[in-house]
Ligand binder design. Structure first.
Ligand code: NDP
Length: 293
């Protein structure tokens, strides 16, 4: 078993991004700029946004955090999004999900200018992704592609089973792995909670991408020896043993699955770190007008 080490891969790519950001600053007299909007004070969202902001600073981007209380109206939020859309000094805008129930996340996602949609959630970016056109790829799937690339993993012709069909992970991941691209060119099976023969399908996989949100869901009896395992899951449990007060678990029973796998991502230290890199890459590409001129 070999580890797909998110710390190693992400640090290497962040050095490349930092060098490109320094060139951008020298040429344009400003840094690539990412704005994050955070509504409310959900513990997980706070941590993710803080990490995104910190990493922007690390690679030489400007980052701004706009915070709203849970009582903010949909209209106020949409107004702010439109204001940022028109600000030429901003390259990327993300609105951290989930949003409070009275705000429609679809409306907010569609209000973001697709040319600044560095989370890659806008229907224009998703549509362009399906057609294999230049676009912002959602950060987590993009991070997984960057991880596979960093370790030179050949995916062509392999059977990839994706477990979970969310709009932000499972569904885009299935499309990306099926595209005529590298990484890609897989035969893909997309599974979800209504899949009846899940174990049988996962057992056939050369590559398993688990994005379910259930601790240790993928067990050793579901894994073919030699499979490549990508564990997207982040399941928090309170713990008295850690400084933060919680411990993270993936969707894969790492301890028992790892000995069977050829490659596997740990949690933490795997896909989560690569997600940040995906977001940074998209923000830089936006600043450099590599996707949309
Ligand atoms: P969602 O809750 O949006 O989707 C979960 C998916 O899992 C759904 O498609 C659901 O099926 C499927 N599912 C649930 N139970 C089963 C089951 N028993 N059998 C088969 N499929 C099942 O989750 P996300 O995609 O947003 O996130 C998944 C996990 O990844 C979470 O732990 C999340 O925290 C983590 N995550 C990690 C990121 C990172 O950077 N590492 C980024 C984003 C998410 P159905 O559609 O039928 O309900």
């Amino acid at each position: 078993m070999q580890l797909l080490d998110g710390k190693f891969a992400s640090e290497k790519i962040k050095l490349e991004i930092a060098a490109e950001a320094a060139d951008f600053l020298a040429q344009h007299g400003r840094k690539p700029h990412l704005i994050a909007i955070l509504v409310g004070n959900d513990g997980g969202s706070e941590t993710y946004v803080a990490s995104k902001m910190k990493n922007c600073e690390k690679v030489g981007f400007q980052s701004s955090l706009i915070r709203y209380g849970v009582e903010v109206t949909e209209e106020e939020l949409l107004l702010k999004v439109r204001e940022i859309n028109n600000d030429a000094g901003v390259d990327g805008l993300i609105v951290q999900l989930p949003l409070p129930k009275h705000i429609d996340p679809e409306k907010v996602t569609e209000a973001i200018d697709h040319r600044k949609d560095v989370d890659g959630f806008h229907p224009i970016n998703l549509g362009r992704m399906v057609r294999n056109l230049p676009c912002f790829i959602p950060a987590t799937p993009y991070g997984i592609l960057l991880m596979l690339k960093a370790y030179g993993i050949d995916t062509a012709g392999k059977h990839c089973v994706v477990v979970g069909r969310s709009n932000i992970v499972g569904t885009p991941m299935s499309i990306l792995m099926a595209r005529n691209a590298n990484p890609g060119n897989c035969t893909v099976t997309l599974t979800h909670s209504r899949t009846t023969n899940l174990k049988e399908l996962v057992l056939q996989a050369d590559i398993i991408i688990a994005a379910i949100g259930k601790k240790n869901f993928i067990t050793a009896d579901m894994v073919k020896p030699g499979a490549i395992i990508i564990d997207v899951g982040i399941n928090r449990e309170t713990s008295e043993k850690t400084k933060s007060g919680y411990k993270l678990y993936g969707d894969v029973d790492f301890e028992n699955v790892a000995p069977l796998a050829s490659w596997i991502t740990p949690v933490p230290g795997g896909v989560g770190l690569m997600t940040i890199v995906g977001l940074l890459r998209n923000t830089l590409a936006s600043a450099k007008k590599e996707i949309y001129s």
